[in-house]
Design a protein around this ligand. Structure first.
Ligand code: FMN
Length: 182
């Protein structure tokens, strides 16, 4: 079983990005488990002074979940031409952690209008030694919509695209696992 961790960068109750994250769990192909990270709002503001011998419990839990996954999906909104601050905050907590390096990442976007957040996140993830998987990164336009995760999963085109993204991410993760064992 391959384990994918999916993070929505939005704390909004009616978040389109959170609906995409939930839909991923509904469309996952056999052999792929999608766990949803729900602790974004509990993370303290990044402060290296807190990251000593006893980092905050919420940070340890984020790192534990990253360490357990074979691949990561990030669905984050763009605010003011940048990555949502809460999402960037989570990435900052992962910079110096051993768990993240080498993790394959899919960037899935709920808005075709956000041109800045994805390239910025790509820069950050790359400098963190993550691997953005292009074949698993895509835009599913949901902004302003009222679709539930079940409706997204029931939409033939959206569900096919999300499933293909998961397959591409898992495929990349499997290849990385195989080559690291050689
Ligand atoms: C204060 C604010 C600033 C925003 N700035 C941008 C922006 O720069 N670019 C963009 O494409 N969308 C921007 N948006 C729109 C959000 O990215 C969009 O509503 C997105 O769907 C929010 O994600 P969510 O539905 O997952 O919460 C902004 C929204 C707000 C409230």
């Amino acid at each position: 079983m391959m384990r994918i961790l999916a993070i929505s960068g939005s704390l909004r109750a009616a978040s389109a990005n959170s609906r995409l994250v939930e839909a991923l769990g509904l469309v996952a192909p056999p052999g792929v488990e999608v766990a949803i990270y729900a602790g974004l709002g509990d993370l303290p503001h990044f402060n290296p002074d807190l990251d000593g011998d006893a980092p905050p419990a919420a940070v340890l839990e984020l790192r534990r979940q990253i360490g357990l996954c074979d691949g990561l999906v990030i669905c984050s909104p763009e605010y003011a031409y940048g990555v949502a601050g809460t999402m960037k905050n989570a990435l900052d907590w992962l910079v110096a952690s051993l768990e993240f390096a080498g993790t394959p990442v899919a960037l899935i976007n709920a808005s075709p209008f956000s041109e800045f957040a994805q390239p910025q996140m790509r820069e950050t993830l790359t400098v963190m030694s993550g691997e953005v998987v292009d074949a698993a990164s895509l835009t599913i336009p949901l902004q302003g919509g009222k679709m539930t995760a079940a409706e997204v999963a029931a939409d033939p085109e959206m569900s096919a695209r999300l499933r293909a993204a998961l397959e591409a991410l898992v495929d990349h993760a499997r290849k990385a696992l195989t080559s690291s064992r050689v």
